[in-house]
Design a protein around this ligand. Sequence first.
Ligand SMILES: [Zn+2]
Length: 88
Amino acid sequence: MLRIECPCCGTRDHGEFRYGGDAAVERPAHDNSDPDAWYRYVYVRSNPKGLHQEFWQHVLGCRQWLVVERDTVTHSIRSVSFSRRQRA
Ligand SMILES: [Zn+2]
């Protein structure tokens, strides 16, 4: 079981959250016409062993989107931050 420290609500069970995918993937520029770039953005994901940045939304709480840095081996969470600050 994961316990995620929401910056707004405090520590909560991961069942209150929705996983939103890999937070390390960068979206191609809006006018990028390269189909391979869009294919990689939509479909290709790494399967990292170790620290990984993920989007999680606190759907049963404040509804904020968060970036959670989680170790995929131990499931320990190193950091949690608002996604809007990271993408600014
Ligand atoms: Zn929250």
